[in-house]
Design a protein around this ligand. Structure first.
Ligand code: NAD
Length: 419
């Protein structure tokens, strides 16, 4: 039986979560041995010429966790404290996320240890093109398809696509997703993670007998996922009383005007300082009396030391790995309904899958078609996980893991062990 101990290493957390579900499934030692660790890892160091003529050597990674259900899929993160262990955990979560949404992918993740805010645009372009070249031996439309994550964006995906296309001598649109629309991106991709989370919240609200338009919401992280969730929920009538970014948070009990907060952030670089709200810390935000708390920043936000402060009825994990397993136990004891990351933020990879399909077929969908297909996938995934939760009498995270692990384990078993 797995004992839950507090650990802030994301790979240790990912493996603890895996072990809990593997115990429940009575998974064989052979399958555990295969699924508990990444299948492939590429670690590189590479030089980049800076604008001042200096050369700096950067470290980068790509981890492919499991290839049994198809090519691997996962974002690229540019962050100064990224480690290989973070990348492993994120790749493993991608495997489960793709399996929960029933997409024909395994999981991967990559990144560079860099603070992109300290680089000029042309330095980021040179770093990206060199990183893409280093990764070119493991990525490809049939092999491993990157996408944006923290610190990267559609422009960076465009440079990766262009670099690989230059090497091939022809355009390879399906090499990355999250591209700009004018070079084969998909309608709805930019908002997809948040939109998926909102579809899920609306199913969860129905299940819990809550009224979506009366929900009071707090959002940690005001980037792509956090801001878009806040804006979509506001447009559905919910009251977003608090948001935060890395520099601090805001509280207005009557509700924040999300576009105004974003305009302030764009002008000043932070949400703090917005006049129509009181300033709060990130720690305060986690303890607010709200119906829904959406952690949408980085991993390790809700731990054993602050989980007892959470007063939300629902925690919907926009971020990857925001809650530690020890914190999970505290939340469950308090009766919090947790929508786990591998379900809650699967909207992004789902529309990435649609983008990849459109790129391979050279046939493009309208935004309405994308959103309708996204809703179908997310609503199905929610009900599949809920059924597993009721069947195994477990919470949604372990249920999502059991569903995902079972699907991947079946693929491994059906394919057999080569040779
Ligand atoms: P982003 O870089 O656009 O935004 C991140 C936000 O978090 C920023 O506002 C930043 O200031 C804030 N932040 C950073 N550290 C913080 C801290 N300690 N406290 C509070 N806020 C902090 O990134 P994003 O794309 O919105 O991703 C957010 C999370 O969602 C990440 O965990 C990412 O892996 C996950 N995710 C993103 C996508 C996607 O499609 N973008 C898909 C799945 C999962």
């Amino acid at each position: 039986m797995t004992t839950v101990v507090e650990n802030d290493n994301p790979m240790a957390i990912a493996q603890q979560q895996f072990d809990i579900a593997a115990d429940l499934l009575d998974l064989s030692e052979n399958l555990r041995g295969i699924l508990r660790v990444p299948q492939r890892e590429l670690s590189v160091t590479f030089p980049v010429k800076m604008d001042n003529g200096e050369t700096i050597v950067f470290e980068g990674f790509r981890v492919q966790h499991n290839l049994s259900r198809g090519p691997t899929k996962g974002g690229i993160r540019y962050h100064p404290s990224l480690t290989l262990d973070d990348t492993r955990a994120l790749a493993m979560w991608m495997t489960w996320k793709c399996a929960v949404a029933n997409l024909p992918y395994g999981g991967a993740k990559g990144g560079v240890v860099v603070d992109p805010k300290l680089l000029s645009l042309s330095e980021i372009e040179r770093l990206t093109r060199r990183y893409a070249t280093e990764m070119s031996i493991v990525i490809g439309p049939e092999r491993d398809i990157p996408a944006p994550d923290v610190g990267t964006n559609p422009q960076i995906m465009a440079w990766i696509m262009d670099t690989i296309s230059m090497h091939q001598g022809y355009t390879v649109p399906a090499i990355v997703t999250g591209k700009p629309l004018n070079i084969g991106g998909s309608h709805g991709r930019h908002e997809a993670t948040a939109r998926g989370l909102v579809y899920l919240l609306s199913e969860a609200a129905r299940h819990l007998d809550l009224n979506l338009s009366r929900l009071r919401v707090a959002v940690q992280g005001f980037g792509n996922v956090g801001f878009t969730c806040a804006r979509l929920l506001e447009s559905l009538g919910a009251t977003v009383i608090a948001v935060s970014d890395s520099k601090g948070g805001l509280l207005n009990m009557a509700g924040l005007e999300i576009d105004h907060v974003m305009a302030h952030k764009q002008a000043s670089g932070q949400v703090a300082g917005y006049r129509e709200a009181d300033e709060i810390t990130n720690a305060d935000l986690l303890g607010l009396d709200v119906d829904v708390l959406i952690p949408a920043a980085l991993s390790g936000a809700i731990t054993a030391s602050n989980a007892h402060q959470v007063r939300a009825r629902v925690v919907a994990e926009g971020a990857n790995g925001p809650t530690t397993p020890a914190a999970d136990e505290i939340l469950y004891d308090k009766g919090v309904f947790v929508l786990p990351n591998i379900l809650a933020n699967a909207g992004g990879v789902t529309v990435s899958y649609f983008e990849w399909v459109q790129g391979l077929q050279e046939f493009f969908w309208t935004e309405r078609e994308v959103n309708a297909q996204l809703e179908r996938v997310i609503v199905n995934a929610f009900h599949n996980v809920l059924t597993a939760a009721q069947h195994h009498r477990v919470h949604m995270r372990t249920a999502a893991y059991t569903l995902a692990i079972q699907r991947v384990a079946e693929a491994v078993t059906t394919r057999g062990i080569y040779p």
